[in-house]
Ligand binder design. Sequence first.
Ligand code: CMP
Length: 221
Amino acid sequence: MGYGREGLDSLKAIPLFANVDDPHLEAIAEHLIERRYPRKTTIVEEGLAGDYMYVIREGQVKVTKLSEDGREKILQFLDGGDFFGEMALLDRSPRSASVKTLQDTRVLALSRTDFIHCIEDNPAVAMAVIQELSRRLREADAQASSLSFDCVKDRAKGLFLRLARELVEEGARRATPQLTHQQIADMIGTSRETVTRVVKELKQECWLAQEGKRYLVAEAH
Ligand code: CMP
């Protein structure tokens, strides 16, 4: 894939490649494969072997796991600049979760061999991967302790704050992706009815607002 100056600059806007120098970035760019997936496509399937990792250029995906009773539990939403599918390549275990597109999504795919070489040749990429894995582990730890120690309302608040990433209204508020009450219930370990009650309370307290299926929280939180 050919990358001019503009292409290299756009790669540097991706946190994974932000601190890589131009000659190394040009070498990496030769191995990146651009792929487009329509909305509602499964890119990575839980339990299967994995050969590629992906960096999102444009679009949005959800990371999900199947529960024992066959329900889909959302672990995370990822969008432009985020990466996924690295775990199966690093530890040669099956895919830890499924990744599905919520919108038409454009990714850069890197094969296992090229990803491992990229990490070996570029400490800056290795550091970016490690930092992101640390961040995800912190988040998982925080969620685990929230599930054990927080009341449902605090768990709901924590979830809305974690998922509200998109800035709206000139920075005044942030919006979550679209969520159903059942999805929220599965993420915070409660019933759909309890979520309906808690959401109503949070709206009455003006802590939360809703726009269609998206939830808005104040940027200052
Ligand atoms: P892999 O196990 O190869 O395939 C599924 C991917 O989902 C995984 O790599 C990670 O990239 C991603 N993933 C799994 N769990 C989380 C999480 N808690 N937060 C963000 N991404 C995750």
